[in-house]
Ligand binder design. Structure first.
Ligand SMILES: [Zn+2]
Length: 210
């Protein structure tokens, strides 16, 4: 891991995107229900004109392999289901990931329920990963469908607000509220999807041309 610095910029929890992942309570849905995870350390290749998704790499702390982050993508069906972390298909171990604070609180509260199944679940999960990663993986940037992602994220936000308002805070139900929340969630979904597209898919502007 020593010669990373000359070739890559390192991102950890101090990065704004990673910090957002830790703090935003809505991320709990992505982590606990979908199994979407962000590694503790990401490397961004210096002096590259490629989009962020193509110049992002994930190092395995166990074997030192530097994986292209595109190994974990929707087209490889590896972006979800990473409940135990990101599987390293070089050494078979698990690359540690960040935890969202709300997820951590829920994990702690529900510990007496899941602790009994964890070992078996993890064993099965590792076998599934091995199988998934034994197939050839696509490493090109996937087409980003802005509207589909906006709908997905918006729906996630919507479910979460419903859960918080009516189940946790036990608000009285009126039809106006869910519809108002749906509109709000879809707007938020669109803004989030547009931000993701801007951050990860857009090629950086070549400064020498501007
Ligand atoms: Zn490894």
């Amino acid at each position: 891991m020593q010669n990373f610095k000359s070739e890559y910029r390192m991102r950890n929890w101090k990065n704004i995107y990673m910090l957002h992942w830790i703090i935003n309570p809505g991320i709990m849905f992505n982590e606990l229900f979908l199994g979407q995870r962000v590694p503790k350390i990401m490397l961004i290749k210096k002096n590259s004109t490629k989009p962020l998704s193509e110049k992002s790499f994930i190092p395995c702390p166990h074997c030192g392999t530097i994986h292209p982050s595109l190994k974990w993508s929707s087209q490889n069906k590896t972006v979800m289901g990473n409940w135990f972390g990101l599987y390293c298909n070089h050494c078979g171990k698990v690359i540690p990931c960040l935890w969202n604070l709300t997820s951590l609180a829920i994990i702690a509260i529900t510990l007496p329920i899941w602790i009994w199944f964890k070992k078996n679940w993890e064993k099965k999960w590792l076998m599934v990963q091995k199988e998934k990663f034994s197939k050839p993986l696509k490493l090109s940037s996937p087409e980003y469908n802005l509207w589909l992602h906006a709908l997905e994220i918006g729906f996630g936000y919507y479910l979460l607000t419903m859960l918080i308002n009516f189940v946790i805070f036990q608000e009285t139900f009126t039809w106006k509220k869910p519809i108002g929340n749906l509109v709000g969630a879809m707007v938020l979904g669109f803004v989030s999807a547009a931000l993701v597209k801007e951050m990860f898919m857009k090629k950086p502007v070549n400064k020498s041309l501007s």
